[in-house]
Design a protein. Sequence first.
Length: 683
Amino acid sequence: MYFYKHKCLWVRVSMLLSLMIFSFLSPAFAQEFPGNAKDSLDIIKGFALGEVIVTATKVKFSLASPMPVQILSGKKLEKLNSLSVADAIRYFSGVQLKDYGGIGGIKTINVRSLGSAHTAVFYDGMSVGNAQNGQVDLGKFSLDNIESIELYNGQKSTIFQPARGFFSSNTLFLRTKAPQFSKDKNYRLKPAFKTGSFGLVNPSLLYQQKLSPALSLSASAERVEAHGRYKYNYRKEGGYDTTAVRQNGDITSLRTEMTLHVKLRRTGQASIKTYLYDSERGLPGAIVANRYHHVQRQWDRNFFIHASLHNSFSKKHNLLANIKFSNDYNRYLDPDYKTNEGALDNKYYQNELYTSLVNQYSLRPWWDVSLATDFSLNTLSANLYRFPYPSRYSYLGALSSHMRWEGMDLQANLLAGYIKEDVKHYQQGDNQSVLSPVISVSAQPFKYKAFRVRAFYKESFRMPTFNDLYYTFIGNSSLRPEVTTQYDVGATWTIEPGGVLQSASVQTDIYYNKVKDKIVAMPSSNLFRWTMLNLGEVDIKGLEAKTDLGFKLSTKLLLDLGLNYTYQKAIDITPNGSTYGHQIPYAPEHSATLTSSVLWKNWQMNYSFIYTGERYSQKANIPVNYVQPWYTSDIALNWEGTLVRIPVKIGAEVNNFFNQYYDVVLNFPMPGRNYRINLAIEL
């Protein structure tokens, strides 16, 4: 990867051209898509569904994908004892979920130990970001309106996507449920209700309406209330000797979203989505120095409106346009921390304007090329003393090629970006340019079509957050982006022999990641003033293995089994560092998950097991920083049928069945055994 201090002119020119084309777009010019649309085409939600969108009951792998992908969708999501997207992601291999405890605890994802900021989150094809701190709380995305969760190492395996999708080291795609109607009904209404431990009250509603043959509406709303109190054991020297109740873990949240789906002439598609999430929660804090109670509070409000258009002007051409505006508000209150004005009460306001245009053209039946150009403007303001009020202008471009031959797929991408920083007060903004390549291949080495091998090489980067750069007394506006280099070699094998063993899938990957210019915080003149520096280097080597088995034990008895395992060595190799050769914080060497499901008539019983090996909470691998391994077992029983001619689903769950006390993040104790029941009907 190469960085330049001059402007990347071709990106800016292509962006302007793209915006000019976008201004002249009209759905009326839509023409018919080619009848033999490529299998590799996987377009943003509601458009065309490619090879990796599945609705079976197991974690599926995309056989021809050159990038490792894990997918949870349809019935599989319903089998997991999960309340939010964060809970479900725990079952992916190579993933560490930082969970700060309970229903209201903030939850972030770390894939292959690259760090949370290196995973981009996409919601119905549109990125969800946070320029302030780079963290996306996955606990706020409920599973009630989610159809599929897709995790890609590297990037999504299609060249027909916005440029932003190419630039992250890993991408997480969340796809909401598209409208589905029966022949005799033009609407669908699905109310649901969950309750259980910690005072959980969780009603939700999904409504879909067919307005015309070309127009449909989807709306959903959900409310979560919980006091968040649960018992835990606090360990002092000599072992567990204190039982206490977790305090200040309450949450009240409301999520609403509405999407208008439009079918244009022939096969064109368009959609407009609005989304609002509003919450207030307590921050329970770390249990240290015999302090069990905290009073800090946090408020969040996230709103965005997103319009998307997929169209074509010829059988060889496809076009995708997106525009989004988002407004985020965050408030942090700490009554214990006194300032000259009283209690610490920080308020942050973020705005983003984002536009994207993708043009794909088929040069030959076996060769597609695409040009994706994005522009985004991010601003951040706050009520803080000496706040710099930064603005970030991002110009991203991706020139891509996808070639297909019998038994082989080859993709190549050239990524270019120019990031311009403007700062209103106190500091000097810094600009960055980047040029990086990506190449990936998937091949069938033998005539046996069920077996394929794949490999990819990718260079990517993540910009420092606004807090890294400009936070009062801490930020360093000269920080360089973190640079990651990824290597991966893997294989997939899947069969459907019939008989007792209905299906079997195996996926393995060996990978090597390297992070340069890792951004770290170093203490300065006192503990209240830190300095952000580019110091760290990290080597990450790992092995992932995933299997899925489906059995038909009788005509009415079905069994699904899934097993994921990850071995990983993530080592600090910072030159002359005091922790050279040590495992980085919260990166276990061994982790595994097991999922199983038994289906008999209208009954379904699910069991899942998660194991995370020993870790260290700090950079130094010394006994005082040692974090014990932990495991949990979850069990659920569901019944699905009809009562008074109304489709009904009733379920009961027992999570952490063996009541193990553990910490995902040290000194943030997790709940012991807890319960949940749910009821859903469809009208």
